[in-house]
Design a binder for this molecule. Sequence first.
Ligand SMILES: Cc1cc2nc3c(=O)[nH]c(=O)nc-3n(C[C@H](O)[C@H](O)[C@H](O)COP(=O)(O)O)c2cc1C
Length: 186
Amino acid sequence: MELSEVIKTRRSIRKFKSDDVAREIIEDLINSARLAPSAKNRQPWEFLIVKENIKNEIADIMLEQEKKSKISLERKIYNANSSVKTTAYIMKEAPVLILVFRLKDDNWIIGDLLSIGAAIEHICLRATDLGLGSLWIRDIVYTRDKITEFVNKDDKELISAISIGYSNESPKQRPRKQLTKVLEWY
Ligand SMILES: Cc1cc2nc3c(=O)[nH]c(=O)nc-3n(C[C@H](O)[C@H](O)[C@H](O)COP(=O)(O)O)c2cc1C
């Protein structure tokens, strides 16, 4: 697919078929991430692929925390972020979850986070190019420490996740601000 077509047709996918995704395809996605630009070429990322029970247990960690938060002081935070439950069920439905970790270095937080964002977008665009659906996920952040411990990556910081699989929906383009609203010529 032409790059412009990939950019135009990419969507956040929230309904997935149960078909698994071949290992070579996942490697292709991570290879695309590896080629992303990064501040000072630090390449501050690591990707962990989880499937089946491990993936579902990660979603359960989010669901348990969401349930607890309803009766705790954290309620305010969760009310403001009530997509956690929906996202956790999407993670269960998609056959593949990519966890994205940052190699910790407090002096480089902004640059490293921007770099990781670039790498994640490479994954999402390449997924579209290969006929796959993807969902970029921030909702893991509220349980990031528990998830990190669960997958034994205590020396790294969990930044984001991406659900991957074959799409079972064809959403229309979501609303976007007009070009004239976001672009100014000085
Ligand atoms: C940094 C980031 C975090 C996101 N986190 C979530 C999430 O946790 N759950 C979810 O359902 N969608 C999440 N999304 C998807 C956005 O809701 C989506 O990109 C936006 O609504 C525009 O829709 P589109 O991607 O189909 O164009 C996230 C997107 C980005 C870029």
